[in-house]
Ligand binder design. Structure first.
Ligand SMILES: Cc1cc2nc3c(=O)[nH]c(=O)nc-3n(C[C@H](O)[C@H](O)[C@H](O)COP(=O)(O)OP(=O)(O)OC[C@H]3O[C@@H](n4cnc5c(N)ncnc54)[C@H](O)[C@@H]3O)c2cc1C
Length: 421
């Protein structure tokens, strides 16, 4: 961590947020010889980037994200050769109980195959070849040999270390309050520990990006979904690939345990923004009914108390809320582990090591925003990864770096522009 008294006077690019996206962008920029400062209000990866399942997948991704997923797979391999981020191509298997599920996989594969994914559709026999010990007889599945896992507890720190070696300056416990624009076209970054100038600014603030941008007069539709995860102590079931069985997900961890959850262990807390963004999110709520449940609770009042406008000299909400740390939904997690053990009896003796929660930042179409901001020269956004930004993080960082440097990003970023909303 850089000492806070050493804030530079000026950098080429300032990055708001030290999650996988901000740090991967810093890594790509510094490798291109650009001077970078990253500001993180808490500690590196203290929110989504350390709390996720650790899946690095191309399987069932939205089609516009597939080029990012394929590039990310290569980049994870290269990063792992330089520092241990726990990446390995374990393979990922999505299981199907119904012909409807299998058909969804087939339809996706028809669209994704021409883009170069290695996924294959499996029949009943193909699934049992991968899961010979399973007690359930799935009708088929979708399998990628090249997909895999990385350790969220290591990844962002590992990439940050590589970025530092190339000269990135990374400040923790240093919230950015606001960004202003000077007449010369240079931006002023107002942090809680002083100001600096930057030619360009990237907002990679995860779930805080909407608040940060809103204070600058930029409308960014983004809500939070509360998800829960558990890890087990080391156990030796014969399961070395990551598996999605719908009512459980499970992936092997580098420590010999497993990370377990399920897709429907998520809630969207009803908050004031739910009403402000009602029309934009309504189609997503209808489509995902059953997967993500709406819930009214204390979060409404907590969010209502957060100021939406603040000056650069005021203590900002980013300092008042250093780390988003929602509690896990224990009953949903225990039920996932139980269902997993019904299918793989070796998990009957698996002991829970830890349970945790995390807020996922989502956009109305579940695609990220990787975009310049019209009318705000020099300001860029990379946020809204809607529950799947960890796996593609290294590729997003590379493309965001090219965007900020006005270089052709190679991968089409048009589907991710802010102006689509
Ligand atoms: C439970 C769960 C499971 C998931 N599983 C997967 C998975 O298996 N695979 C996958 O690909 N993705 C997964 N995801 C999603 C993935 O974790 C996120 O998409 C990704 O980590 C987003 O990275 P980020 O850098 O954009 O955001 P974050 O990791 O949230 O980082 C943003 C950072 O910005 C900081 N910040 C915000 N505002 C300011 C400010 N004003 N000043 C300074 N700092 C600021 C925050 O403190 C935070 O650390 C999951 C997420 C969760 C919560």
């Amino acid at each position: 961590m850089e000492p806070l008294q050493s804030l530079p006077v000026k950098v080429d690019v300032a990055i708001v947020g030290g999650g996988i996206i901000g740090i991967s962008t810093a890594y790509a920029l510094t490798r291109a010889g650009v001077s970078v400062a990253v500001f993180e209000k808490g500690t590196l990866a203290c929110e989504q980037s350390s709390r996720n399942w650790g899946w690095v997948r191309s399987l069932m991704r939205d089609i516009p994200e597939i080029p990012l997923a394929l590039l990310a797979n290569k980049r994870w391999t290269e990063i792992q050769q330089q520092t241990d981020v726990g990446f390995r191509q374990s393979g990922i298997l999505y299981l199907a109980r119904t012909s409807g599920e299998l058909n969804d996989y087939r339809l996706w594969l028809d669209k994704a195959k021409p883009l170069g994914v290695d996924a294959v559709l499996l029949d009943r026999g193909g699934v049992s070849a991968h899961l010979p010990e399973a007690k359930e007889n799935w009708i088929g599945g979708l399998y990628s040999q090249g997909d895999g896992v990385a350790e969220p507890g290591l990844a962002t720190q590992g990439i940050a270390e590589l970025a530092r070696r190339h000269g990135a300056r990374i400040y923790e416990h240093c919230a950015v309050r606001a960004v202003g624009r000077q007449e010369s076209g240079v931006s002023t970054i107002h942090t809680e520990h002083g100001t600096l100038a930057a030619n360009a600014v990237l907002v990679a603030g995860g779930a805080w990006s909407r608040l940060f941008c809103g204070n600058l007069g930029i409308s960014l539709p983004q809500l939070k979904v509360r998800a829960s995860v558990l890890s087990t102590f080391p156990v030796t079931p014969p399961l070395d690939i990551a598996v999605n069985g719908r009512d459980f997900t499970c992936r092997p961890r580098a420590d010999g345990g497993y990370t377990v959850s399920q897709f429907n262990a998520s809630y969207t807390d009803i908050v004031p923004d739910s009403f402000r963004l009602f029309r934009q999110f309504l189609p997503a709520w209808i489509k995902n009914n059953g997967l993500v449940k709406l819930r009214l609770g204390k979060a409404f009042f907590r969010e209502m108390s957060i100021r939406r406008r603040f000056g650069s000299d005021d203590i900002s909400p980013f300092e008042e809320h250093r780390v988003l740390d929602p509690g896990p939904m224990q009953s949903a997690l225990k039920s996932s582990l139980k269902k997993l053990a019904q299918v793989f009896p070796a998990f009957e003796v698996a002991e829970v090591q830890r349970m945790w929660g995390g807020y996922i930042d989502v956009t109305p179409d579940a695609l990220p925003i990787i975009s310049p901001v019209t009318g705000h020269a020099g300001l860029y956004i990379a946020t809204g990864f809607s529950g799947h930004g960890f796996g593609i993080g290294p590729a997003v960082g590379e493309m965001a770096a090219r965007m900020v440097l006005n270089q052709n990003p190679e991968i089409d970023l048009t589907p991710f522009r802010l102006s689509r909303f």
